[in-house]
Design a binder for this molecule. Structure first.
Ligand SMILES: C[S@@+](CC[C@H](N)C(=O)[O-])C[C@H]1O[C@@H](n2cnc3c(N)ncnc32)[C@H](O)[C@@H]1O
Length: 195
């Protein structure tokens, strides 16, 4: 892992625990999930990489999927489990360091990543999806820097980068880059593994 990833993110999640608990009711998921819902599978195994406190994972579980949230922060995963219990959905949570771990070998119908840019991890996700599996992502682009100092440039996509990345691996079902309702400039991608 990059030095201090787990400590950094544990501390961020711990400090927002009280606020997160208050918000836990049903909100907090990323906007692309709702807008692109019709392109996502409605059953089978789903893996939410760097899934944090489980807001997106719980939305995917409510969408019909059997979800595993993988994240480097144990505190985030504890919050994900609490969120799932509050909402009455099933959710698995695994500690996972994208810099050293391999993607769990299961027949994923969906691998999802939001707000976490790690090209090696995306390559591993592309390799581990079976034919017909779906990859979905929402990641900030550098246009975001026009309105926000963070995340910094190294955590943001260049314009068109995710589409160029996806095309050799996938049939692209959706790609767009725009300002979103969360005031972030994000690339959204939904792509299906051919075969
Ligand atoms: C900006 S948050 C995004 C969380 C969630 N996907 C969302 O959209 O709300 C980035 C997430 O990446 C996780 N993370 C950071 N470094 C990681 C690593 N090396 N391996 C796995 N997860 C990591 C953090 O713990 C955090 O949950």
């Amino acid at each position: 892992m990059a030095d201090g990833d787990a400590e950094h993110w544990d501390s961020r999640y711990a400090s927002k625990a009280a606020a997160a608990a208050a918000e836990m009711a049903a909100s907090g998921h990323s906007p692309h999930l709702v807008d692109l819902a019709e392109l996502l599978p409605v059953e089978g195994l789903a893996l939410d990489l760097a899934g944090g406190d489980g807001a997106d994972g719980c939305w995917l579980a409510q969408h019909g999927l059997e979800v595993t949230v993988a994240d480097v922060s144990r505190i985030a995963l504890d919050q994900a489990i609490s969120r799932a219990a509050t909402l009455g959905v099933g959710l698995d949570a695994v500690v996972f360091d994208a810099d050293v771990a391999t993607i769990p070998d299961r027949p994923w119908q969906l691998i999802h990543v939001a707000h976490f840019l790690h090209i090696d991890l995306m390559n591993a996700a592309a390799a581990s999806l079976p034919a017909g599996g779906t990859f979905a992502a929402a990641i900030g682009t550098i246009w975001n820097l026009q309105r926000h100092d963070r995340p910094g440039r190294r955590f943001l996509l260049e314009p068109g980068e995710i589409k160029a990345w996806a095309e050799p691996h996938f049939d692209v079902l959706h790609w767009s880059e725009d300002w979103r309702t969360n005031d972030q400039h994000e690339a959204w991608l939904v792509a299906r593994k051919p075969g």
